[in-house]
Design a protein around this ligand. Structure first.
Ligand SMILES: [Zn+2]
Length: 223
């Protein structure tokens, strides 16, 4: 079920107020157009009706794909993150926010920005495990860091462009480095970390670099 709202936004350039459509829920299977707009960023772009300026607006959204069996909450507010995780922790039943039957094994994630939402969709649609991808991103960033020297790598993302799986890395000044993700490396990391107890821990909704760093720290203490 698609859910959309009409909201009024104000152009930061000319001050004109106008109405736009915002989607509070997108089902990747049933709303392929909105999914495409989400992936290319235009779902969050509004054009001012008076001056034509394009503005990016971030708003909370639930993306789900029952076929691929995952849902990702895009949440900006800390209180809302707490609300969602508390709800899941106490809920023994299936989650039904979108009015659809959701399998209990459905992967549920929370992300805090639009880029991470796009990334999760690409990871799950490419049939990767996002936990292993987060560990792989750290490994690739470490290798790249050694090559580029002093300027720090500030962010890394998985992407899938034209069927090629990649790790994109960005330095603090915005310089980009792209590596092709090797299946061998992915499989090695999966063999090494996939069986760890804390890896398999249930009900962790924010899978990001902090989660991966904590897992690596714990693992390295154990050996
Ligand atoms: Zn304007």
């Amino acid at each position: 079920m698609a859910m959309r709202d009409k909201v009024t936004v104000q152009c930061p350039k000319c001050g004109k107020s106008f109405e736009v459509e915002q989607w509070s829920a997108v089902n990747g299977d049933k709303n392929p157009q909105q999914k495409l707009k989400l992936l290319n960023g235009t779902l969050f772009t509004v054009t001012c009706t008076k001056c034509g300026r394009e503005n990016t607006v971030g708003y909370p959204l639930l993306y789900s794909d029952p076929k691929e069996n995952y849902m990702v909450w895009l949440v900006f507010d800390d209180e809302e993150v707490k609300h969602i995780t508390d709800y899941y922790k106490t809920s023994k039943t299936e989650i039904n926010e979108t009015g659809e039957d959701v399998d209990k094994e459905c992967r549920q994630r929370i992300v805090r920005d639009v880029h991470r939402l796009r990334e999760k969709i690409m990871i799950f649609d490419s049939h990767f495990d996002d936990k292993i991808i987060e560990i792989a991103k750290l490994a690739y960033a470490q290798t790249a860091q050694r090559q580029i020297g002093s300027e720090k790598i500030a962010a890394a993302f998985f992407s899938n462009e034209g069927g090629e799986n990649r790790i994109e890395m960005y330095t603090e000044s915005g310089q980009a480095f792209v590596s092709k993700l090797s299946r061998d490396i992915y499989n090695q990391l999966d063999d090494k970390y996939g069986g760890k107890a804390s890896y398999a821990e249930d009900r962790v909704y924010i899978i990001d670099d902090v989660w991966a760093l904590n897992l690596l720290r714990e693992y390295n203490r154990e050996i």
